[in-house]
Write a protein that binds this ligand. Sequence first.
Ligand code: AMP
Ligand code: FE
Ligand code: FE
Ligand code: ZN
Length: 285
Amino acid sequence: MRIDLHTHSSLSDGTDSPAELLATARAAGLDVVALTDHDTTAGWAAAEAARPAGLTVVPGMELSCRWFPPDAPPISVHLLGYLFDPLHPAFAAERARLRDERLARAERIVEALAADGYPVVWAELVAHADGGVVGRPHVAGALVRAGVVDSVDAAFGTLLHHRSPYYVAKADTDVREGIALVRAAGGVPVFAHGLATSRGRIVGDDAIAAMAAAGLLGLEVDHPDHTEEARVHLRGLAADLDLLVTGSSDYHGSNKRTPIGTCTTDPAQFERLLAAGTGTAPLRD
Ligand code: AMP
Ligand code: FE
Ligand code: FE
Ligand code: ZN
């Protein structure tokens, strides 16, 4: 059994449509794939319609959150949620708020770039996003199309990284509130790429313990952005806190170079996740 529990389609900042993503998953030999677009469930219906026989699809999403340390600025954290009820009103409203927040923030980034002479145009970016939830990869795409940089990676490396003068933070959900919403909707909250230092400041063990106390059920341990040391540390925390352990590629199509299935989840851990999720059923034969 090969299980990849974290992927993005063109409904957020990946480049494959849900149907293309599932075909890619099948061709890569996966048995289970979760669709976890940022702050949206908009791809679930297309995934259900296009699911190839024999492939299990886990409906999910990745919620944009923040941890508030007692004595330091907030830290961006990503929360994966699986098998929740997409119609749970408070959770659906919070996802909608985050999508609005993303649009306003991306527009501010584009305006700041344009004010400094970079030839990026907000309407062009929006048209190109084609209804997908907008993120920095869309700004990166606009910079590539404008000829400013020659790749999405180069755009992040020069103009869009979290220390850039063009970086704008978003008003993300307090992660404890995010965990509570996923649980209230019958879902399984898993802390995504928790020790990925390339993405900015990371939280301490105290935060992970507090998240567990708030109802977190799992840690994403095997992730392309985690060092071996980070994986060992997270595996130990998961054992101490009785959290399930996942592994995933965080596939984004051609917006990142990581192939689907790069990291995978142990079948016994996947069974724990299935047992905990009651808000919606996995899609399978
Ligand atoms: P945002 O959610 O708008 O802050 O954008 C973050 C997204 O950009 C995440 O999905 C990351 O996976 C992606 N990302 C971050 N760094 C890079 C990079 N160097 N190359 C491509 N994508 C990246
Ligand atoms: Fe992304
Ligand atoms: Fe993420
Ligand atoms: Zn992701």
